[in-house]
Write a protein that binds this ligand. Structure first.
Ligand SMILES: [Ca+2]
Ligand SMILES: [Ca+2]
Ligand SMILES: [Ca+2]
Length: 417
């Protein structure tokens, strides 16, 4: 007799609900992506520079590295006019705007990943029929800043879930081992949940799809939920043991079940072998404990939105919920074939938003992996303490969750922007 894995299924229900519910607000056009008040100019003959600039009411500026170009101060708002005028001067090799450098990744949907970098952007889902209203700038985990310290050095993160689809090239290459504790097919995910969770952890930084929180991490795909998102305590315990023996440094469990001595023993064995365990707090919208998250040796994660507010569905309670992370409209990978969570017309093939503490948990798991990358000789207790103590103390800290909303930058000790 199989026991229902509660949060895995509940998260799935949340994902569909959110996919079909429209939020107010449409994206405003992006601000100018050029630095105001300065342009870059290269002269054919540097000795003529001062004279050319003087005719436009400008003066020479500092050289830009070894490029031979100068950074010239210009009146704000006149940048493009002056570039146009200078470009017609035979003494000028080129004149161009100084572009703002933003994300550390060129992934197609990165600007929708407010959890990693929230600039107050509004965005739409993949199909374009759900508008997600702008959130609060910096209600994010400062992932871009964290990546200046580390993007993850091959730390293995076990995703104990519904599998990771082998047909999404943004995440499939990151899977280094697979095992199946269900009656489904290994290497596939016909439910969709596990592929989304794995992408949040480690989707490749490239020009396609989404960016993982720990792009240098690899994934151990332990399939413990079947094609309906259901598993058992025994298969979860088996999955935990498999992850530990295959070198996992972090185990993510975006699922929930009733307590059992077998499951708690598996958790404690992993913890004592220096593995950090992270789990969803649940989507009950109440304070009811679910396991493994409520075990002391597992970090239980609540969900916030793009305003750093608690998600209405999130389970909460600082007596056992440890930390929070974005879990509303989180963009990630999905299978490229039909799957249960895709809903009517396979509307979410490839990439889309997901909702639930199931999406929050892998952000924390990936952050723990970044901390491991920075501190390979640390203990699981030290890594956990780093992740928890460096969280941002957003409203709700101390009541909804013991620590704040996770901050990957602070966790790896990088300079705050
Ligand atoms: Ca930020
Ligand atoms: Ca990508
Ligand atoms: Ca716990």
């Amino acid at each position: 007799m199989k026991r229902t894995v509660l949060a895995g299924f509940a998260a799935a229900m949340m994902a569909i609900g959110a996919l079909n519910s429209a939020a107010a607000g449409i994206a405003a056009p992006p601000e100018s992506s050029q630095v105001a008040g300065q342009i870059m100019v290269k002269f054919r003959d540097a000795r003529a520079a001062a004279g050319v600039l003087r005719r436009h009411g400008l003066s020479e500026g500092p050289g830009i590295g070894s490029t031979g170009a100068q950074l010239i101060k210009v009146p704000e708002g006149k940048e493009l006019n002056i570039i146009e005028a200078l470009s017609h001067n035979p003494g000028v090799e080129y004149a161009e705007p100084d572009e703002v450098v933003t994300a550390a990744t060129a992934d197609q949907y990165f600007d929708r990943q407010y959890a990693l970098q929230n600039t107050g952007q509004a965005f739409t889902n993949t199909k374009g029929d759900i508008q997600i209203a702008a959130g609060k700038p910096d209600a994010d985990v400062d992932a871009v800043e964290a990546w200046s310290v580390t993007t993850g050095s091959n730390i293995k993160v076990a995703v104990l879930d519904s599998g990771v689809a082998n047909d999404n090239p943004d995440i499939n290459p990151k899977v280094v081992a697979r095992a199946n504790f269900t009656n489904g097919e290994t290497g596939d995910d016909n439910y969709g949940h596990g592929t989304h969770v794995a992408g949040i952890v480690a989707a490749s930084h490239n020009t396609q799809g989404v960016a993982g929180t720990c792009p240098g991490c690899t994934i151990l795909d332990g399939k413990v939920l079947n094609d309906s998102g259901i598993g058992s305590s025994s298969s979860l315990a088996d999955g935990i043991n498999w992850a530990v023996s295959n070198g996992a440094k972090v185990i993510n469990m975006s699922l929930g079940v009733r307590a059992s001595r077998t499951l708690e023993t598996a958790v404690n064995n992993a913890w004592s072998q220096d593995v950090v365990l992270v789990a969803a707090a649940g989507n009950g919208g109440n304070q009811t404990k679910i396991y493994p998250g409520a075990y002391p040796n597992v970090i239980a994660v609540a969900a916030t939105d793009n305003n750093d507010s608690k998600a209405s569905f999130s389970t909460y309670g600082a007596s056992w919920v440890d930390i929070a992370a974005p879990g509303v409209n989180v963009y990630s990978t999905f299978p490229n074939h039909n799957f249960a969570l895709a809903g009517p017309n396979n509307r979410s093939l490839g990439y889309d938003v997901g909702n639930g503490t199931s999406m929050s948990s892998p952000i924390v798991a990936a952050t723990a992996a970044l901390v491991w990358s920075k501190n390979p000789a640390a203990t699981s207790a030290a890594v956990r303490a780093k992740v928890e103590s460096s969280a941002d103390a957003i409203p709700g800290t101390g009541s909804y969750w013991a620590n704040g909303r996770v901050n990957a930058c602070k966790a790896v000790g990088c300079a705050q922007p």
